[in-house]
Write a protein that binds this ligand. Structure first.
Ligand code: PLP
Length: 417
């Protein structure tokens, strides 16, 4: 079984453009089917065993009533046809207000905002717009699995800067070494998935400096911008010299518990946004008309909603981190996001992939091995690490913690189905 997308950048570079197929990019399995991702495999295991699924990051309860009501209202009042290409004005204006309210950024809703089918399409359209065959894209590693897949599909080369357990801070020298004149895009993900780390201002400023020196574009994935527990999230677009070469990407899915709606967006200088729109119009054209005014309503919710959502999620993080510690794992405490990464080595478990396959049977809980978020040559460094999601109801996390507590004991109680 292969984990994640098995991208071999050197192999892709040496292929002729017509050979750069999904197979060449590692998106197809040897049997010609879609290469299974570890998320699909683990979710299937959760269903088959009745285990608690802390693998995939989706909440198990609904978001704010105002947002759900606004979507129902939009459907009832005829907002059901193609919206405008760049997104409905009501949402683009709400996004511009949001950028000003939280970060002091002045964004023109007519020219500097683009609504997309989730952050996923924003990422794909941006990379397809700017990355040519042989161009390099630098990200941190571990990284969200879509990055490597889309870079490969664009014919680009994915270069990475390691983040190391347990503090996950990149080494500035390694960042300097990764960015060269071949770099087309530096893709920053902060708050970061899977580690929950916030990239600090010193590193953000180094990214801006390197982008200027090597004439690279900055793309930033900030879908967890409102789910911050410790410290402050700084959008890189607010740092000096960044805005003119930065595309900032976010989404309503994580903030409003509406991951199935796929309403995302990007902001940036008009000429960059227009280049992405040119690609986006032939990917999805438009998306989710009735959900757009609903996410606009969400973005305009009072500060209290955002503070409460982060505080509630922080309490859930504490529950799971505590449970993992009692079970014998060594968790790193995430400052943000949906996930905690825990080291299973103190339990005598050195192979996270094997552990994740056994965990549903041994403890009735599903996690994802961190090897799914790194290139094959870096798997050994993260071999014993497992990612668990805490965007679940408290009672679910409590049950998961109880079940995991049985792990270190020889006579673990088998979970109830
Ligand atoms: C969930 C997630 C996305 C995808 O967001 P959608 O709006 O659902 O497309 C993108 N980036 C990161 C880091 C994520 O965790």
């Amino acid at each position: 079984m292969t984990y994640g997308v098995n991208v071999d950048p050197t192999a892709i570079r040496t292929l002729a453009p017509w050979q750069r197929t999904a197979a060449g990019a590692g998106l197809l399995a040897a049997d010609g089917g879609v290469a299974p991702t570890v998320f699909a495999e683990m979710s299937a295991l959760a269903i088959a065993t009745g285990a608690i699924n802390l693998g995939q990051g989706f909440p198990d309860e609904d978001g704010p009533r105002e947002v759900l009501d606004a979507a129902r209202e939009a459907i009832a009042t005829g907002v059901n046809q193609y919206p405008p290409g760049p997104g409905m004005p009501v949402l683009r204006e709400a996004i511009a207000r949001h950028e000003h309210r939280w970060y002091g950024l002045e964004v023109d809703p007519a020219r500097e905002v683009l609504v997309t089918a989730g952050a996923t399409e924003a990422l794909a359209a941006t990379l397809l717009a700017f990355v040519d065959v042989g161009d390099e894209v630098v990200t941190f590693e571990p990284s969200y699995d879509a990055y490597g897949a889309v870079v490969a599909r664009a014919g680009g080369i994915h270069r990475t800067v390691p983040l190391r357990f347990p503090d996950w801070r990149p080494d500035p020298d390694e960042l300097r070494a990764a960015v060269t004149d071949r770099t087309r895009v530096i893709l920053v993900n902060s708050p970061h998935n899977p580690t929950g780390a916030l990239v600090d201002d010193e590193i953000l400023d180094l990214v801006v400096e390197l982008a200027h020196r090597h004439d690279a574009l900055i793309v930033t994935d900030e879908v967890y911008e409102h789910l911050v527990f410790d410290g402050v999230h700084t959008p890189i677009a607010t740092r000096p010299g960044a805005w003119e070469r930065t595309i900032s990407i976010s989404s309503g899915g994580k903030t409003f518990n509406t991951t199935g709606w796929k309403i995302g967006w990007l902001t940036g200088p008009a000429h960059l946004v227009t280049a992405v729109l040119a690609v986006k119009q032939y990917l999805t054209f438009v998306n989710g008309a009735p959900f757009q005014p609903a996410i606009a309503a969400g973005l305009d919710l009072p500060d209290r909603f955002f503070a409460d959502a982060a505080a509630e999620l922080a309490a859930r993080r504490d529950l799971l981190v505590g449970g993992l510690r009692s079970a014998g794992f060594a968790p790193s405490v995430p400052a943000s996001g949906y996930f905690v990464v825990a080291d299973a080595a103190p339990l005598g478990e050195h192979d996270g992939e094997a552990l994740c396959r056994e965990l549903p049977h041994r403890a009735g809980v599903v996690g994802v091995p961190v090897t799914a978020f790194v290139h094959p040559e870096r798997r050994d460094e993260v071999r014993s690490l497992v990612r668990f999601a805490f965007c679940k109801r408290r009672e679910v996390l409590e049950t998961a913690a109880e079940r995991l507590a049985g792990l270190s004991g020889a006579s673990a109680t088998p979970p109830a189905p």
